[in-house]
Design a protein around this ligand. Structure first.
Ligand code: FE2
Length: 397
């Protein structure tokens, strides 16, 4: 496909702070790299699932062999980065006399760790006042050493500046950004082979959503496009393989790289209505983030195609669709079908009905309000009124 007629965004900035290191077994470099950053006493921030799968131990062994002292494992993080547990993690870090953190986990763990490091760097003990601000860039200072190992190929929190936290009292998800995220993201596919097929599938759909929404965001620009389009190529080739052959290191490695690339895409240009609705569904009905995205992605794409057909045509091309001879609108519609086919191939058949989400407009109103006030909805290529958001939910039912 020839490059379509796409308007160049006249002003944009693109940043990527964490150094990225890739390789099966790259964790053996942990001690040396942390030493270079000045860290000597490390806490591992993780969750019980990662501990029970033996993955935290794989990293602890690598720390031991590479000469980095581990002073404690904080494994209390649960689904969604809860502010109360972030505060607990910061207290743990201080109690142990740590001076650096090694983070092993998926999105909730990585987001929680970023928040914990802000508390440590600031000398504070409650993240709520930070979460209430959308951005923490004014006067931000570098934070203590922080190396992260993503154990899912999905959220890309290892390379983004965003932290999505859950206020368990108000049942809302808040997003805040801080310029100092991890110092190094180590992508070690050996740490992801134990991830169950279902979680592999829906976290992979989160990565796909980041790429599709980044490329079609109102803030889209060519550098982010390049990252997002290659992420889509890798996901369509390797996500089914990673789901069906969990031990396939090539598939796992390419999915980690795809997820990171998708993060480099959306982390700079934001997302859209899939994420806005998924955040609301997660806060009100506890639907895991990747699964909520997987449910909403084809519905939102179908609603958006007329607003940015050339951009969705590029997405179609990256998915491997033979777009030659198709109009941009036809290619865009083919991309929606390709997403449905991919979901079927990796066993994701859930709808909102499976999570007891009501289909009554009155009962849905609070969730609609939450989605409509989410920061990400303003980047959707098409303006969505409350009635449009309701329609999206009903089509996903
Ligand atoms: Fe996401």
């Amino acid at each position: 496909m020839k490059y379509p007629d796409i308007e160049l965004n006249p002003f944009f900035s693109w940043a990527n702070r964490p150094r990225i290191m890739y390789g099966p077994g790259i964790r053996s470099e942990l001690g040396f790299e942390m030493g270079q950053l000045g860290g000597t006493r490390a806490v591992i921030i993780t969750d019980k699932g990662v501990v029970n799968a033996g993955v935290a131990q794989m990293v602890a062994d690598a720390m031991n062999k590479s000469g980095l002292l581990m002073v404690g494992i904080f494994d209390h993080i649960v689904q969604d980065a809860r502010i109360d547990l972030i505060n607990e993690g910061a207290a743990f870090y201080r109690d142990k006399g740590a001076d650096c953190m090694v983070v092993v986990g998926g999105g909730s763990v990585m987001d929680s760790a970023k928040a914990i490091n802000i508390l440590i760097g600031d000398g504070a003990d409650d993240f709520m006042p930070f979460a209430e601000q959308a951005a923490l860039w004014d006067g931000a200072k570098p934070l203590p050493p922080h190396i992260v190992f993503p154990t899912t190929a999905g959220t890309a929190s290892e390379v983004t500046t965003a932290i999505v936290v859950l206020d368990v009292v108000a049942r809302v998800k808040l997003q805040v950004t801080h310029p100092y995220n991890a110092d190094i993201a180590m992508l070690d596919p050996e740490l992801t082979v134990k991830l169950p097929p279902k979680i592999t599938a829906f976290t992979g759909m989160d990565a796909l959503t980041h790429a599709v929404e980044g490329i079609t965001s109102s803030g889209a620009e060519p550098i982010a496009d390049a990252c997002g389009l290659h992420a889509i190529r890798l996901i369509f080739k390797y996500l089914p393989l990673a789901v069906n052959e969990p031990d396939n290191i090539t598939a796992r490695g390419n999915m980690l790289i795809a997820s990171t690339l998708a993060g480099l895409c959306f982390g700079n240009v934001m997302t859209g209505a899939v994420h806005a609705t998924a955040h609301a569904l997660g806060a009100h009905y506890g639907i895991p983030h990747g699964l909520a995205n997987a449910i909403m992605l084809p519905v939102v794409m179908a609603a958006n195609v007329d607003a940015a057909p050339e951009r969705y045509a590029m997405v179609a091309d990256a998915m491997g669709i033979a777009t030659h001879g198709m109009s941009p609108a036809e290619a865009a519609i083919a991309a929606v079908q390709a997403v449905k086919n991919l979901k079927k191939g990796i066993g994701l058949t859930e709808t909102l009905r499976d999570f007891n989400v009501p289909n009554d407009p009155d009962e849905l109103q609070q969730t609609i309000d939450l989605a409509a006030s989410d920061s990400q909805i303003s980047y959707n290529p098409r303006y969505l009124a409350d009635s449009d958001v309701l329609e999206l939910f009903l089509k996903a039912y």
